[in-house]
Structures are given as structure tokens and as C-alpha cells.
Design a protein around this ligand. Structure first.
Ligand code: SIN
Length: 478
């Protein structure tokens, strides 16, 4: 496997020779050492992307789409190997990793389809002799900084539309999961991507981000990660007026109304809450349950959560893998302790479980009843397998509780009354609403949030739009 960085079509290491370790989050075993790049490598990357831009952006969208088709096919062919690598780096169960490969390939398919539809627009002419056109141009050199929880999909959803639009790109993957990103870069290179169109460097996040945002040639940054870092990037982007897309933290409410199909609601809640062991931005973090079904829903959720097999992601049937590192375990413990201190009732889980030959990072699926808005788990993203539950008495109560957050990425509603779901959905401050489902991820749909969850959309035509700058040309004959 290639562990060096891809810059301008060459695999390189920083002149300093500095590296950092990539370790299996389940066992702590060393997987690889990868280059610790900094500002110098970041600027070199931009040089390469800048050089490749004229030729790549001059290709027709259909030609660029053809290339994206090849990357999609390459990802699907390498599904098994990629899934194994994703699990090795991120710890998530193999079945989830395989689903992530499909999801990533879908982003390439979706961007290719959008590229094929990309045409200039002739505007209505009022008065003779005037030609008015809106021409889609690429933004230019763009940057992506991606997280570890979906090491392939979060790059795919940024790289595919960027390349479809005619941009060239520089990417920095998370330190925990650089190997999946470098493998994607290798597959793209093997598929014939011209040098410099996609560049991937690993290394020190603040130095690389500062270098890119201060460079002047990087015209856009797409970032998925924490709200704290997103705010810092906004400040840094101001100097060079760099366009941003930010997919930041979430604090998704999951509302269960009294008429909901409880079996279906529990199954969906389990799938949504415990995907990647609760380490996703869109997972339900605050369970709001109508008083009349509160006890029944909670009992059923506890029974289902307790049955989820915990263990290394490589083991068949495992549903809950390790948390990504010790800091993550500490944070989840802090949220659970805080909830219990404030009167929460621990119904199951509450701490780590020992797993043979592994580190102490396997947090048992946890359900806490009698949660309140004052608890940390209701205020901050826990990023772990914890489901805090609070009851509500009326629809208005449910909406008020759901909106009592600065975040606004995803929200879920469970009810048989679709008109009620429509009304409630319209009142929720959230970029994404799932009705009777938590499976909202779709490469053809607009994914993104509002408020402290960020702005910009990824997926489908909305994802492509983020990488376009429309030029308006108004011409008269003389
Ligand atoms: C996330 O929650 O971090 C991304 C989830 C997704 O795209 O499914």
C-alpha cells in the first residue's frame, strides 16, 4: 500500500522525513507510518493543482464524467479490500465499511450524472440584439479536509463534484485514517487521472489548513468535522475570501409520537444511533418520546441495544466496534457521568466492556432515561453509543425541545400521521429530516445543515453547485 503523499502525480515524502503512526483503534497495533507534511507540502500541493487546472477545466464535462465513472467502477471492484482497510483504520464493523464503499461510489456516479447535465443557460432576451448567458465555470483550485468516521465517503462527496465541475483539488484526510484516502488517490491515478488534478497530503492539520487558506490560490475549502474547528476555519478563510462548505457537528433529535409503529421506530433508532458506534454527525443524540409510549419505547430500545454484539469490527456479526481513541472514551464517560449526576437513569451500558486482545475502547450501547436539556449529552455532540431519552406531553413541547440547540444537521420523526410529520418537519431547524427512518444518507440528495452544523450541501446537483462559479455574459451586437 502506498503510504507517501500524492502531489502532482508523484508519490512523495516531506523533506524533513517526519512521519506519524497510524494505529488500529481496536488493538493499538501499528498499521503504517505516513508522512507528516506541513506548510511546505501544502503549498507544493497547490502548485501542482494550479498547474493542472487549465487543462482539466478545459475538458468537457462529459469527458470529466467519463473519468468519474472509471473511479466509481474501480471503487466497486476494490470493495472487499477497501472495506477491510476502512475497518482497520476506523474500527467500524466490516458490513458498515462495505456499505461505505458503495455509498462512496454512488457519489462518483451522482457527480458524473450531474456533469453530463451541466450546460450554459441562455437567458430570456428583452429587446432585440442582446444575448445573455450564464456560463458554469469551475471555482478553481479547491481544498478538502475530511474526518475519520467515513474515511472514503467524506472524500468521495467532495472530490467527485469538484472534479466534475472542472476544479482541481488538494485533500488532507484525518490523521487516524489516511490510508483509505491514499488508496483512493492510487485508484484515481490508476484510472488515468492527469497529474495534479487530485493531490492528497497527510500531516499537521493546523499548518496545512493555514497554508491553504492563506495561499491566495485556493478558492474554496470544504470541511467536515467539529464546529469548533469549523469556526476557526471561517476566521482563517476571511483574509483571502475563500469560499466555504462546512459540515459540522450535529445534535439530532429523534421524536417518537404516541401513534408510531414502535417496532419500526426502535429498529430505525438502533440502526441510526449505533452506526459507527454512535460516531456520526447525523446519528440521533436526543430521544424525545411521547409520554404515553415513553416506558414501552424505552424498554424495547434497552432490549435491542443490549443485544448488539460488541467487538472488533473485523469479527463477523459485530455491530459495535471501538471508539476511535482514548479521548473519545473519556468524553463519552464524562457525558454519561454528567447525565447520571443530573438525575438520569442508566438503563443499560454506561461503560466500556473488555474485549480479548484489544484496548479498553469498546463502549457498551448505553440508554439513559429521564434525560433533561441541562445534561451535557443534550447540549453537546457525544459522538458515542449513548441514547438519552426524555418524555414530552404535546407536539409543541416536542418541537421546542428538538429546536433547543445551536445545531441543525438532522432530525427524525416517527409517527403514522404523515400530515403531522409534515407539519413538525417544517418547524424543525434542521438540514435533513427523516420520517419513520434514520437511513437518510443518499449521494443524490442534498446533505448538510444549518446554524452551528454549518452550510453548503453535498450530493446530487446541490453538491456540484458548490464547485461552480456562474459567469453572466450580456452581449449586444454592436
Ligand atoms: C456523518 O454523519 O458524519 C456523515 C453521515 C453520512 O453521510 O451518512
Amino acid at each position: 500500500m502506498e503510504c507517501r503523499n500524492l502531489v502532482g502525480g508523484s508519490w512523495i515524502s516531506p523533506e524533513s522525513g517526519a512521519t506519524f503512526d497510524v494505529r488500529d483503534p481496536a488493538t493499538g497495533e501499528l498499521i503504517a507510518r505516513v508522512p507528516r507534511g506541513g506548510a511546505a507540502e501544502a503549498h507544493r500541493c497547490v502548485d501542482a493543482a494550479e498547474q493542472a487546472l487549465p487543462e482539466w477545466s478545459a475538458r468537457s464535462p462529459a469527458m470529466r464524467a467519463g473519468f468519474l465513472d472509471q473511479v466509481s467502477s474501480a471503487l466497486r471492484r476494490a470493495r472487499t479490500e477497501l472495506a477491510a482497510l476502512i475497518t482497520r483504520e476506523s474500527g467500524k464493523p466490516l458490513a458498515e465499511s462495505a456499505a461505505e464503499v458503495d455509498y462512496s461510489a454512488d457519489y462518483f456516479d451522482s457527480a458524473a450524472a450531474e456533469a453530463r447535465n451541466l450546460v450554459e443557460v441562455r437567458l430570456p432576451v428583452r429587446g432585440g440584439g442582446t444575448l445573455k448567458r450564464a456560463i458554469p465555470e469551475p471555482v478553481g483550485v479547491v481544498a478538502a479536509i475530511t474526518p475519520w468516521n467515513f474515511p472514503l465517503a467524506m472524500i468521495a462527496r467532495k472530490t467527485a463534484p469538484a472534479l466534475a465541475a472542472g476544479c482541481t483539488q488538494v485533500v488532507k484526510p484525518a490523521e487516524a485514517t489516511p490510508l483509505t484516502a491514499l488508496t483512493l488517490a492510487q485508484l484515481a491515478t490508476d484510472a488515468g487521472l492527469p497529474p495534479g488534478v487530485l493531490n492528497v497530503i497527510t500531516g499537521d492539520p493546523p499548518s496545512i489548513a493555514r497554508a491553504w487558506l492563506g495561499d491566495g490560490r485556493v478558492r474554496k475549502l470544504s470541511f467536515t468535522g467539529s464546529t469548533r474547528v469549523g469556526k476557526e476555519l471561517m476566521r482563517l478563510a476571511a483574509d483571502q475570501v475563500v469560499r466555504l462548505s462546512l459540515e459540522l457537528g450535529g445534535q439530532a433529535p429523534l421524536i417518537v409520537f404516541g401513534d408510531a409503529d414502535l417496532d419500526a421506530a426502535v429498529a430505525a433508532a438502533i440502526a441510526g444511533k449505533f452506526r459507527v458506534a454512535g460516531q456520526t454527525c447525523i446519528c440521533p443524540n436526543r430521544f424525545l418520546v411521547a409520554r404515553e409510549v415513553h416506558a414501552e419505547f424505552t424498554d424495547r430500545l434497552v432490549r435491542a441495544a443490549t443485544r448488539l454484539p460488541v467487538g472488533p469490527g473485523t469479527l463477523a456479526g459485530v455491530r459495535i466496534g471501538p471508539l476511535i481513541n482514548d479521548e473519545a472514551v473519556t468524553k463519552v464517560r464524562r457525558h454519561v457521568a454528567d447525565a447520571i449526576d443530573r438525575g438520569g437513569v442508566l438503563r443499560c451500558g454506561g461503560g466500556t466492556v473488555p474485549v480479548d486482545g484489544c484496548l479498553d475502547r469498546f463502549f457498551a450501547p448505553t440508554v439513559i432515561d429521564s434525560a433533561t436539556p441541562e445534561m451535557l449529552c443534550f447540549k453537546e455532540e457525544t459522538f458515542g453509543p449513548v441514547a438519552p431519552i426524555a418524555g414530552f406531553d404535546s407536539i409543541d413541547d416536542a418541537v421546542t425541545l428538538a429546536n433547543a440547540t445551536e445545531f441543525g444537521l438532522a432530525a427524525y420523526i416517527f409517527t403514522r400521521d404523515l400530515a403531522c410529520a409534515e407539519r413538525v418537519g417544517a418547524k424543525l431547524r434542521s438540514g435533513i429530516v427523516g420520517v419513520n427512518t434514520c437511513a437518510v444518507s443518499d449521494a443524490y440528495a442534498p446533505f448538510g445543515g444549518c446554524q452551528w452544523s454549518g452550510f453548503g450541501r453535498e450530493g446530487g446537483r446541490w453538491g456540484l453547485e458548490e464547485y461552480l462559479a456562474w459567469k453572466y455574459v450580456c452581449a449586444t451586437s454592436s
